[in-house]
Design a binder for this molecule. Structure first.
Ligand code: NAD
Length: 503
């Protein structure tokens, strides 16, 4: 690819310096509403990748000993800087990703919550102590950092997901190599600049750019101890296998098919508004988007109103006031979603609302697909089996709550689900019987706040521990258990274990 020199280039961050890559391989970062090239992103060379890991490895030697209060204070400053730059961050994000400005602010704010949590690391990275496990013997645990950790992020939350990763990894005493999505790395880089301004020392956070080759190198690199990945199931399964084989701790948060079940006793207006927002907001490019609605019993009669609600949403550029549904990230993504809509119709689903090729005045080149709604969807159809990752809602029907639960539990994915009802008994039954890791009750997108953890399950997740919250403190640390005995000057002691049995 040849480039005009007026297009800014995205830098690598190695050892505290933002540097221009020496690579010959570049990719354009494109505004998905206009196709304007905003920047070019390098695919880092092998030498640059190794330099980033080496810098993180060197920095770990001192960072692991940094007092917990000093680490916490960096994140206190960082959360303040993110707050001060919220509008700027949202504008960068919206331009490169396509989200509305309100959604872009939400993307930053959800990540900010993790930074706030990282500022409380003093209360999180605590061991346990049992006094007198034998006479004069105490056992206690230390939660020690692992070393160099790496994070690989997707395009759909370019602020929140990097912030799921490096703040908690660094707050727990690790050093980090981040590989952002090559489709929209600009807001991530601005967040990284602010992290350095907040006081993260050289080498503690490094950033490399690239695609499959960069990711494979991180998976194989012997100096990297843990990898956190968020992205598609196809890539996540590969990363999990490759990095596990190389002996690393790995967590992969992956694709989804999230169902909402609607009972006839639900609050109708609220439910329909929630469904429309959760299915079509952010153009359906959320791993927790509702992509299947199961209308139960008399709620089946609500279908025409749901279609009308979807029809009223405004498709447009994220920067335009009043937009509900922005563009898809790329032309390729748009063509893929349009292809799946065509397949849904060909496989016999009823296309009640076709969002292909909407007219968006002033943005003829945008990657737009409007809200699309199918009914009569069955489990064997492509639109049900594949994650569409666009503004497409599949509607199914069931006679009873148990029948609907059986449909959800038979789907391999387990990222999120929601039930709409006014019945506490139905909600309790659902909560107990549903086999999905994140459950909403009259809450369509139940992403837990960072005092909990993100707990997608089954095919949506590989690895035991989630990417933020309490679980990630475990993920980024090794528990060391110390059993200690101290002798007084004149004490005559026996072996520890005989002491236990004799008393
Ligand atoms: P993706 O899998 O295409 O890309 C994710 C990362 O992997 C990127 O950094 C990319 O550069 C890299 N990558 C791409 N191809 C690769 C390959 N062949 N080998 C190694 N690395 C490769 O995902 P995406 O399209 O950027 O993001 C959307 C996907 O992410 C959806 O499936 C969505 O459900 C999922 N997602 C999941 C969660 C979650 O928490 N479960 C959150 C957000 C997004």
């Amino acid at each position: 690819m040849t480039h005009s020199s007026s297009i800014p280039s995205i830098k690598l961050l190695i050892d505290g310096q933002f540097v221009e890559s020496t690579t010959t391989q570049w990719r354009d970062v494109v505004n998905p509403a206009t196709q304007q090239v905003l920047a070019r992103v390098p695919f880092a060379t092998e030498a640059e990748m190794h330099a980033a890991v080496a810098s993180a490895r060197e920095a770990f030697k001192s960072w692991r000993r940094t007092p917990i209060g000093a680490r916490a204070r960096i994140f206190l400053r960082y959360q303040q800087l993110i707050r001060e730059h919220l509008k700027e961050l949202a504008a960068i994000l919206s331009a490169e990703q396509g989200k509305t400005l309100a959604d872009a602010e939400g993307d930053v704010l959800r990540g900010l919550e993790v930074v706030e949590h990282a500022a409380g690391i003093g209360n999180l990275q605590l061991g346990e102590l049992a006094n007198n496990v034998a006479a004069g013997v105490d056992t206690y645990t230390l939660l020690q950092p692992l070393g160099v950790c790496a994070g690989i992020t997707p395009f759909n939350f370019p602020a929140m997901i990097p912030l799921w990763m490096f703040p908690m990894a660094i707050a727990t005493g690790n050093t980090f190599v981040l590989k952002p999505s090559e489709q929209d790395p600009m807001v991530t880089m601005r967040l990284v600049e602010l992290a350095l301004e907040a006081g993260i020392p050289p080498g503690v956070l490094n950033v490399v750019h690239g695609g499959a080759e960069a990711v494979n190198l991180l998976c194989d690199h012997p100096d990297i101890k843990a990898i956190s990945f968020v992205g598609s199931t196809r890539v996540g399964s590969h990363v999990y296998q490759r990095a596990s084989q190389a002996g690393k701790r790995v967590q992969c948060m992956m694709g989804a098919k999230n169902h909402a079940i609607v009972l006839p006793d639900a609050h109708k207006e609220q439910t329909l508004a929630n469904l429309a927002g959760a299915a079509f907001g952010a153009a359906g490019q959320r791993c927790m988007a509702i992509s299947v609605a199961i209308l139960v019993g008399a709620a089946r009669a609500w279908l025409p109103e749901l279609v009308e609600k979807a029809r009223t949403l405004k498709v447009g550029a994220g920067s335009e006031p009043g937009t509900d549904v922005g563009p898809l990230i790329s032309r390729t993504a748009r063509e893929r979603v349009e292809g799946l809509i065509a397949r849904g119709a060909a496989e016999g689903a009823e296309l009640l609302l076709d969002g292909r090729h909407p007219q968006v005045s002033g943005y003829a080149d945008g990657n737009f697909v409007g809200p699309t709604l199918f009914s009569g969807v069955t489990a064997d159809m492509s639109i049900y089996r594949e994650e569409i990752f666009g503004p497409v809602l599949c509607v199914m029907q069931a006679e009873t709550l148990d029948e609907a639960i059986a449909i959800v539990n038979a789907n391999p994915h387990g990222n999120g689900t929601a039930l709409f009802t006014r019945s506490g008994a139905a909600a309790r039954h659902f909560q107990e019987e549903i086999d999905v890791g994140q459950v909403g009750i009259n809450v369509p997108i139940p992403v837990p706040v960072p005092i909990f953890s993100f707990t997608g399950s089954r095919a949506s997740k590989l690895g035991d521990l989630g990417p933020y919250g309490k679980q990630v403190v475990q993920f980024y640390t090794q528990t060391k258990t110390v059993t200690a005995r101290w002798f007084d000057e004149n004490e005559v002691g026996g072996p520890v274990n005989t002491t236990i049995t004799l008393k």
